[in-house]
Design a protein around this ligand. Structure first.
Ligand code: AP5
Length: 215
């Protein structure tokens, strides 16, 4: 399956994309995770991306499309991939479509996650993530099953993201709102867009995603 998880920061697209990728055995490709890894490794891409990410701004389309094209060309993506955080602009969406068309392929679904802004802020400012596998948790809204142990990989090494401060989160939400509508119109025209109410427990939201496919 070739799927896009789309939504504002904190809407839970990363959490759901990981579950979806496990269920359907397709690789989970988070552009945010790829960029954070590049920063940690001190690569040229990482150095260029850091200040933009810290400020909650998007990195240039040309840089991110090159990264995604390279990743989805790899052999583990031949039978599908779960994109989380890409595309974010119309230019990125057009580039993805060109790439897929060139391989006689197309997207199967774009899941649009909807969550009120106050809840987005609460989710993000409380978020902590597993340093090893990237799974995201929240102390009250989505805690680990066992205290201080990642449900997904068993690690006890957690981190807070540097771009999760209140000011940056507000900026990231504004950036999302500035880009979302044209992208959603584009995917609606292609007939692949499914809107998901993403308020509720992680399991409830996941069930809605699965139901939207069954429909
Ligand atoms: P990225 O890492 O993609 O961040 P984001 O889009 O801002 O999204 P988040 O990861 O903050 O939120 P999420 O929706 O995945 O929520 P999560 O599941 O973690 O991008 C970071 C930066 O990289 C960008 O600002 C940009 O600079 C750059 N970048 C990345 N892609 C780019 C691109 N294509 N083009 C240009 N630049 C790009 O959940 C959030 C919290 O809520 C967690 O604590 C979680 O445990 C909790 N939670 C999740 N679901 C539920 C639920 N149902 N109930 C209760 N709590 C929940």
């Amino acid at each position: 399956m070739k799927v896009v998880f789309f939504g504002p920061p904190g809407s839970g697209k990363g959490t759901q994309a990981i579950k979806f990728a496990q269920r359907f055995r397709n690789p989970h490709l988070s552009t945010g995770d790829i960029l954070r890894k590049a920063i940690e490794e001190g690569t040229e891409t990482g150095l260029k991306a850091k200040s933009l990410m810290d400020a909650g701004q998007l990195i240039p389309d040309s840089d991110i499309v090159a990264i995604v094209r390279d990743r989805i060309s790899q052999s583990d993506c031949q039978s599908g991939f779960i994109l989380d955080g890409f595309p974010r602009t119309l230019e990125q969406a057009h580039d993805l479509e060109r790439f897929l068309k060139g391989h006689s392929e197309e997207l199967d679904y774009v899941f649009e996650f909807k969550v009120p802004t106050e809840l987005l802020i609460e989710r993000i400012t409380g978020r902590f993530s597993c340093k090893k596998c990237g799974a995201a948790y929240h102390p009250t809204m989505n805690p680990t099953k066992v205290a201080d142990v990642c449900d997904r990989c068993g690690s006890s090494d957690f981190m807070k993201r540097e771009d999760d401060t209140l000011d940056t989160v507000k900026g990231r939400i504004a950036v999302y709102e500035g880009q979302a509508q044209p992208l959603l119109s584009y995917y609606s025209r292609l007939g692949v867009c499914a809107s998901i109410d993403a308020v509720g427990s992680v399991e409830e939201v996941f069930n809605r995603v699965i139901k939207s496919i069954e429909k």
